[in-house]
Design a protein around this ligand. Structure first.
Ligand code: HEM
Ligand SMILES: *[C@@H]1O[C@H](CO)[C@@H](O)[C@H](O)[C@H]1NC(C)=O
Length: 549
């Protein structure tokens, strides 16, 4: 700075300090200009970061999923926008019909190219296995198929409508019934306050581990692993960042290592073959065919156990919470469920019942509306894809090769133009008034290449309900999840009452959206309730239900 004023005395009237500030401001504006420039005039509108270049990355690191969600809500007039990040772009889609266009263009925009990297970080897969997963991730017709498409297709076919879905749903409902019965018989009436989320977690974790991996599953053999599982879940974001994970995500790392070691012992003892579910046996076979070693398969199974547990847990928690917080709603839902229960003679003299799971889905509209509304409110999911070649989306928006595109479910779920002025409130009625209650993006099946259904009456756009994702990354477990969650909720509301641990009303806290949304969001504070047998005596001695489909 001093050199400046010596060379041209008098020409530059400012002090060194002022000069430094002027230079800094100039650099800032140049950087700002650079980071707000479009690569192509047809590129979606650019939102420049407050801190040039790295601002968006900082925002995401500091605020989690809330950062992009808030940007999207503030810019809701933009159906798609560009976030410049060093060396690349993130395109954020906040409009259902553009989301549907992204889902249809699955040849150009795919999640699979990122899967090897993501699973390596999260599951700790070795390099040789990651090499296998990188092969043929998106085969065209007639091309050789890699591990990923093989296992994804199998899982979605097996969990799609059909006999296997029915039998796995029955297994799940039966395990849940048994876990809840074990709880009811071990717990005195009007016992101490219970943390509702932990209670649901415990029951869902034990029963999921059982219906997927059998009675000899790792968590049944070592109950301490339940805690390891939730440590893993809560540190998933840090594992994904992968900056010295054994230090920055210590508990998640330790939990994952313990669980994968236990799953390895389970597989090596062949317990999946003797008592695991058919779908787990098939998954192991597919991995073996593609040359995976057992230790890697154990890690891959941890991801399946995770998919089976985490979203079923948090969505069940919200459903029970909203029902017990609203006595009138609870009464309505109880009536619906009781109307599809049929009495059955049981071996002892206790009243026994038969319950068809499909009746919960088809004949309990308020229950189903509560289910959908809890998923809408709780899920800030991002459907993420890589743009594999330069592409003009909807013949209008230029997308650059190797950029990332995200459909921001959290923004779409918060859009008043879609859901109405009470978009942030819990209002299951919105799913009763609409004609397409089945708006789980089913109509956008990429395999059939079908166009979205035309709007019927005042129905929501089929791609507006994002809880299960959409297109190629639509959750393969969605039918199964609905069956097991409705069965679980039915078992609980038929047998128990819940009172607030303090005060006279059950508190419904907001969701914690400051995390990476790897599953339906958890509440910002715990909810404590006192659980007791139903006061009116219904099913007072425990509920003997035989499920059918
Ligand atoms: C309410 C409960 C559930 C919700 C909201 C849900 C949601 C989702 C979403 C949004 C995705 C896509 C993630 C992405 O875009 O990358 C997904 C993927 C997946 N889900 Fe679910 N899920 C639920 C329950 C289940 C259950 C119970 C199972 C299995 C038993 C399951 C199995 C899977 C699997 C295996 C994948 C990965 C698919 C792939 O590899 O492409 N889900 N789920
Ligand atoms: C669970 O659901 C959330 C919200 O819809 C989604 O973001 C996430 O990817 C799902 N995770 C799994 C493991 O299914």
């Amino acid at each position: 700075m001093a050199a400046f004023s010596e060379i041209a005395p008098g020409w530059w009237p400012f002090s060194a300090g002022t000069t430094a500030i002027v230079i800094a401001i100039t650099i800032y504006f140049i950087a700002y200009q650079l980071s707000s420039r479009k690569i192509d005039p047809r590129e979606p509108p650019v939102i420049a970061p407050a801190v040039p270049l790295v601002g968006h990355l900082l925002g995401m690191a500091l605020l989690g999923g809330r950062y992009i969600k808030n940007l999207g809500i503030r810019n809701q007039q933009l159906p798609i926008f560009t976030l410049p990040v060093p060396g690349s772009r993130i395109y954020v889609v906040t409009d259902p019909s553009l989301a549907a266009a992204v889902q249809r263009a699955s040849r150009v925009m795919s999640f699979n190219p990122i899967v090897p990297e993501v699973t390596q970080r999260v599951l700790g897969l070795d390099d040789a296995t990651v090499e296998i997963t990188r092969k043929n991730v998106d085969p065209g017709p007639g091309e050789e198929r890699g591990f990923l498409p093989d296992i994804q297709d199998m899982v979605s076919v097996w969990l799609g409508p059909g006999d296997y879905l029915g039998s796995l749903s029955l297994d799940a409902a039966t395990e849940m019934r048994n876990e809840i019965a074990a709880y009811a018989s071990s717990t005195p009436v009007n016992s101490s306050p219970t943390d509702l989320l932990s209670w649901v977690r415990h029951l869902v974790t034990l029963s999921t581990a059982k219906y997927l991996y059998g009675p000899q599953n790792p968590i049944a053999l070592d109950p301490a692993l339940e805690c390891s599982f939730w440590d893993f879940d809560h540190g998933l974001g840090s594992l994904l960042m992968n900056i010295f994970p054994s230090i920055t995500a210590g508990r998640a790392y330790a939990g994952r290592e313990k669980l994968s070691a236990a799953l390895l012992a389970y597989l090596e003892a062949g317990r999946h073959k003797t008592s695991g579910s058919k779908i787990v046996q098939k998954r192991v076979d597919i991995a073996l065919e593609h040359g995976w070693a057992m230790p890697a398969i154990a890690r891959e199974e941890l991801s399946f156990l995770f998919a089976g547990i985490v979203n079923a847990t948090t969505s069940t928690f919200w459903i029970l919470l909203h029902l017990y917080a609203d006595p009138a709603l609870l009464a309505t839902v109880r009536r619906e469920i009781e109307s599809v229960l049929s009495p059955r003679s049981s071996s002892d003299n206790k009243p026994g019942y038969a319950l068809r799971i499909t009746d919960l889905r088809d004949k309990c509209p308020v229950l189903v509306a509560v289910y959908r509304e809890c998923l809408r409110l709780g899920s800030d999911t991002y459907s993420t894809r890589v743009v594999k070649e330069d592409y003009l989306l909807a013949n209008q928006y230029f997308l650059k090769k190797n950029a990332v595109i995200q459909i921001a479910g959290g923004v779409i779920h918060a859009d008043q133009r879609i859901w109405g002025a009470d978009v942030f409130d819990f209002n299951p009625k919105r799913f009763l008034d609409k004609t397409n209650s089945n708006s789980d993006a089913e109509a956008l099946n990429p395999d059939t290449g079908s166009k979205p259904r035309p709007k019927q009456g005042n129905a929501f756009h089929p791609a507006a309900f994002r809880a299960f994702g959409g297109g190629k990354t639509l959750c393969p477990g969605r039918h199964f999840a609905m069956n097991e969650i409705l069965a679980f909720v039915a078992l609980v509301v038929l047998q128990f009452d819940m009172k607030p641990a303090r005060g006279n009303k059950i508190d419904v806290p907001p969701k914690n959206d400051g995390v990476l949304p790897v599953h339906i969001l958890e509440p910002v504070r715990p909810v404590e309730v006192v659980i007791s047998k139903r006061e009116d005596g219904f099913a007072g001695d425990g509920l003997d239900v035989e499920f059918s489909m």
